[in-house]
Design a protein around this ligand. Structure first.
Ligand code: NAD
Length: 448
């Protein structure tokens, strides 16, 4: 199939190269010329395991290219997927990029009269596709739906494992408002062997929000319980989770006899959730609920707990050291919002570093791939932080080490830490029982 994807970020680029690899011809459109240039040179602007290798394969096969020329791509397309950003604007979803795309496609339909299925892949609040998007298209094209098709196909890939999540989805959701779009979605994904859920576009939009809200709620729930464990003292929250998750009701049939179902990852306490999805998606659905007259109390608490959680890391240190100010230097390990991605949006590391700066503490910071973006975007002129290319050289000069993001290389602290170090390991990455250190602190682990 001839596929056009508009918006070439984490979702658009991954979708584009994977669909091209599965046999389709794909053009990915972006407004950013640098992104397009780099991609066509085989250099993705985002980091995802295996992405660069597949990109180069499909570029060589000539089944994939990036472009800024929307009309040319639309002329060829049998289906259009829209994967532009839908950021948060004061807690509300900002649909400005979706609006721009709808206007541009609408003008092209007006000029060509072509019938084409248009599918939103971006996360958008319920009713966006069948009202907001449709109305703009109708106004700018002078054609009525179903002259053009309308669909919503939410994406569930996770940054850090985007390629394998895309290629092996748990399910595909086909939201559609007409047969032309449903048929096109079925053809697009015909090689994907998974459960396919056929619904209207509002239901498809809502599935994504309920999914993300449930995951966010689990994270905040577990953080709240682990924080309580810290305050009660002498409780190991890992043992608590083992006790809870051994209940067969938490174990899928596949994982019977296992005490670690996949969902357990979302119950491991830590610095709180970040990234480009969970925080803004929960904010957006709270906002929609409020507009519909619902208080959305649970999700408001989920967000509140999450806002406070990175500051709890500093409180762990306050417990440990009476007067943090001026006396210590701290090494912050991991700046991306989670390992295996360069995405720094809503990263807990930002809040943690801001709190340390307020205390006038000397900070060293490291991330295997996200350091320069993090520095340029959040702390371009901050004198109290030094961003390190290599963290191991510095560990003898620091008093405190905080592992914010669990990149696997930080496991080397298991043998590099020494008796002068205070180690803060919120997600329990290290083998604390065999660790040399002055003291060990974690969320949900607080022993005297
Ligand atoms: P992103 O910011 O990485 O990429 C968006 C791209 O769209 C940018 O490169 C931008 O230049 C481009 N763009 C903006 N306006 C454009 C226009 N008019 N024409 C062409 N290109 C345009 O965003 P992302 O992380 O890929 O997320 C995209 C959507 O997918 C969001 O709604 C997000 O919530 C959703 N989503 C993201 C993830 C994820 O893990 N990142 C997972 C599932 C769903």
């Amino acid at each position: 199939m001839e596929v056009t994807i508009i918006g070439t970020g984490y979702v658009g680029l991954t979708t584009g190269v994977c669909l091209a690899d599965s046999g389709h011809n794909v053009i990915c459109i972006d407004v950013n010329e640098n992104i397009v240039l780099n991609i066509n040179n085989g250099k993705p602007h985002i980091y995802e395991p295996n992405l660069e290798e597949i990109l180069n394969r499909v570029l060589n096969k000539k089944s994939f290219k990036a472009s800024t020329n929307l009309d040319e791509a639309l002329n060829k397309a049998e289906i259009v997927l829209i994967a532009v950003g839908t950021p948060s604007m004061g807690g509300e979803i900002d649909l400005k990029y979706i609006k721009q795309v709808a206007e541009n496609i609408g003008k092209w339909i007006k000029n060509t009269g072509k019938r084409i299925p248009l599918v939103i892949k971006s996360t958008v609040v319920p009713t966006t596709t069948d009202t907001f998007f449709k109305d703009i298209l109708e106004n700018s094209s002078d054609y009525k739906h179903p002259h053009f098709g309308l669909g919503m196909n939410p994406e569930f890939l996770r940054e850090g494992s985007a390629v394998s999540d895309f290629n092996y989805p748990d399910r595909l959701v086909f939201g559609s408002e007409d047969d032309m779009t449903l048929d096109a979605l079925k053809r697009l994904y015909k090689y994907f062997d998974c459960h396919k859920i056929l619904v209207n576009t509002r239901t498809a939009e809502f599935i994504k929000y309920v999914n993300n809200s449930l995951l966010a709620m689990q994270i905040s729930f577990s953080n709240e319980m682990a924080n309580l464990a810290n305050n009660i003292k002498n409780i190991d929250y890992q043992d608590v989770l083992e006790g809870v998750l051994s209940d067969h009701r938490w174990n899928t049939p596949k994982l019977k006899n296992s005490s670690s179902p996949e969902i357990a990852k979302y119950l491991v306490p830590g610095c709180g959730f970040g990234g480009s999805c969970l925080p803004k998606d929960v904010e957006a659905i709270v906002n929609i609920g409020n507009k519909k007259g619902l208080k959305m109390e649970i999700l408001k608490s989920v967000l509140e707990i999450n806002r406070e959680q990175p500051k709890r890391i500093i409180r762990l240190l306050n417990d440990e050291i009476r007067n943090l100010e001026n006396r210590f230097s701290i090494l912050v390990l991991g700046l991306s919002f989670k390992p295996n991605t360069n995405d720094i949006r809503y990263s807990p590391a930002k809040v943690i570093i801001e709190s340390l700066i307020e205390k006038n503490i000397r900070i060293y910071a490291h991330d295997p791939i996200a350091s320069s973006d993090f520095q340029n975007q959040y702390f371009p002129n901050e004198k109290n932080i030094k961003f390190l290319k290599e963290w191991k050289d510095k560990i003898d000069q620091v008093d405190v080490i905080i592992i914010v993001t669990t990149w696997s290389e930080y496991k080397d602290l298991n043998y590099l830490a020494n008796n002068n170090h205070i180690i803060v390991d919120p997600r329990r990455m290290l083998d604390k029982d065999n660790l040399n250190c002055k003291s060990y602190r974690s969320i949900g682990y607080s022993f005297d």
